[in-house]
Design a protein around this ligand. Structure first.
Ligand code: ARG
Length: 464
């Protein structure tokens, strides 16, 4: 287990036997938590500065420790550090190396703290900067979607419900729906930053410490707003991990829904978009194939981000307070979800820069399935003051007639329409026009070209 340079566990004064080999191997987390080395050193420096300010360690020892810690940081950055799995985790690896570099004075660094508060301080710091990185990436993704939207305000396609053609929409309006989703994701990650603002350092193992430490001082040093209030809760709490894993999961859902739609639209049957060669792969047997693998990757990876969230929920369910080894798994889940969402946002960004809408096919499909029927019903209500249900019935009759003649609505003549409802006049013919249908969806948030242009302006400003 945790050993010093003589290869003896740091608790060897009491536990006389070496931990069994198999547990030493699987219980070690260094291969995962070495990613926290910068945060671990940052936290240790803040801690020792506080110990000095509180007159718990001398000026000389403080400087020696900080010098040693910075040296270790450089060694790790330059890949000259030998991570030792016998030393369990990043905290003991660094402490052990500090002993090698500065000798027995290294022993002062663990005054008034425990690995239990150390590990969550590290993880909170790591999550804070990683969340900011995700926020930036999401913002870039949004900018790409806005660019695609600007080019497609007048691109008409069918909007679907139940995957049946429903009503004509602008392709830009569809794309901007995803801007809304990714904006919500941004808000969710932003809120998490708020919840990451309490400093766990100094709660020690679970009860606090006998030393006269100043937790407000370390909070300031580490840019936390304030220290946590209850030492037992602090050591046990992984809500901030759940928040992160949940936020990644929701963002993955959004990515996956877009991926799924693009897969459908790129299919030979739909043909609504074409993926450029940069974002497809070939088949080893069928020379003609161009497969949307990157999109499928996005859809697939969503599963592992849900898995990480469920693992953490399960670890916490029924876990007594305060620290237990079960909690060690949190980091692997967090790192995995982070890597996954980072890659997914990048891949989706690439795809959105490398596809072409098939405008002709979109328009063609928007005309299939009587997509302007609702416009016709609305028109009858507005022009003749009929109740909507009555107008709906007249429209149904017209659609039935068109269907029996295998014609689209815009191909019907006024005479034919009048046979069904004598009240109708010539004006009605313009209702079947797809452009007119879109133009008239002026209600706030609707698909009218006018609305879309305003929204694009708003989103552009917000994502600057
Ligand atoms: N490697 C441990 C973890 O990640 C650090 C905390 C260890 N504390 C303990 N009492 N074993 O959870």
């Amino acid at each position: 287990m945790v050993q010093n340079k003589n290869n003896k566990a740091v608790w060897n004064t009491r536990i006389k036997k070496d931990t069994s080999r198999i547990f030493k191997k699987v219980g070690s987390s260094i291969s995962v938590d070495k990613r926290l080395f910068k945060e671990d050193i940052q936290g240790s420096i803040a801690h020792v500065e506080m110990l000095f300010k509180q007159k718990i360690v001398s000026f000389k020892i403080k400087n020696k420790i900080i010098w040693g810690l910075n040296k270790i940081k450089n060694e790790i950055i330059k890949k000259k550090f030998n991570f030792n799995s016998n030393l369990e985790d990043i905290h003991i690896n660094i402490e052990n190396r500090l002993f090698e570099i500065i000798g027995e004075d290294a022993g002062y660094i663990h005054t008034g703290r425990s690995r239990n508060d150390q590990v969550i301080t590290d993880l909170k710091l790591w999550l804070r900067s990683s969340t900011v990185k995700i926020l930036n990436q999401l913002n870039n993704l949004i900018k790409i979607i806005i660019k695609d939207s600007e080019k497609n305000v007048k691109t008409i396609m069918p909007g679907f419900t139940h995957l049946k053609n429903a009503q004509p929409i602008s392709f830009a309006h569809y794309l901007l729906a995803y801007v809304e989703m990714f904006n919500r994701d941004k808000k969710r990650f932003q809120n998490n930053l708020e919840n990451l603002s309490e400093n766990p350092l100094g709660v020690a193992a679970l009860a606090g410490t006998n030393f006269n430490i100043d937790r407000n001082y370390t909070s300031k040093k580490l840019k936390f707003k304030n220290p946590t209030n209850n030492s037992i809760d602090t050591v046990s709490d992984r809500d901030f991990v759940l928040d992160f894993l949940y936020s990644v999961s929701v963002c993955s859902i959004h990515i996956s829904r877009m991926a799924e739609e693009f897969i459908i639209w790129n299919s030979d049957a739909f043909g609504l978009i074409k993926l450029n060669d940069k974002v497809v792969t070939g088949s080893s047997i069928m020379p003609q194939k161009k497969n949307p693998d990157p999109l499928e990757y996005l859809r697939g990876k969503t599963g592992s981000s849900f898995g990480n969230l469920f693992s953490m929920l399960t670890i916490l369910k029924g876990l007594p307070l305060s620290y237990f080894k079960d909690l060690q798994d949190d980091k692997e889940l967090v790192f995995n979800s982070y890597d996954q969402i980072k890659n997914s946002i990048l891949i989706l960004s690439e795809i959105l820069k490398n596809f072409t809408p098939n405008k002709k096919r979109m328009l063609e499909l928007a005309n299939i399935g009587y997509t302007t029927s609702t416009d016709l019903a609305d028109y009858i209500v507005i022009s003749y003051g009929l109740p909507f249900r009555k107008a709906y019935n007249i429209t149904s009759k017209i659609v039935n007639y068109a269907e029996s003649k295998k014609m689209s609505l815009d191909k019907l003549t006024l005479e034919e329409l009048k046979k069904i409802e004598p009240k109708l006049n010539e004006d009605i013919l313009k209702v079947f026009n797809l452009k007119n249908s879109i133009k008239s969806k002026k209600s706030y948030g609707g698909t009218s070209f006018e609305n879309i242009k305003k929204m694009i302006k708003k989103y552009k400003k917000e994502s600057k």
